[in-house]
Design a binder for this molecule. Structure first.
Ligand code: SF4
Length: 62
C-alpha cells in the first residue's frame, strides 16, 4: 500500500530543493513552488540522505 514516508514542516522549509534532488521518489515541487511529499511504496532508501542533508532540518519520518 502506498503511503507518505515523511512530512515536511513548510514553515521552516527554505525551498532549496536538495531533498528533491537527493530523493525524487519521496519529494517534488507543487505547482505553487512548495515541497510536496510523494506517496511511495514503503520507505524510499534515499529518504535518509534527504533528511541528513536538509539545511533547515525540517523533514521528519512518519
Ligand atoms: S531540503 Fe529541506 S529546506 Fe530544502 S526544500 Fe527540502 S525540505 Fe525544504
Amino acid at each position: 500500500m502506498k503511503d507518505y514516508a515523511a512530512e515536511v514542516d513548510l514553515v521552516t522549509c527554505i525551498r532549496c530543493g536538495i531533498c528533491i534532488e537527493l530523493c525524487p521518489e519521496a519529494f517534488g515541487w507543487s505547482a505553487t513552488g512548495f515541497v510536496v511529499v510523494r506517496e511511495s511504496e514503503g520507505r524510499p532508501e534515499c529518504l535518509e540522505e534527504a533528511i541528513k542533508n536538509c539545511p533547515a532540518d525540517c523533514i521528519r519520518e512518519r
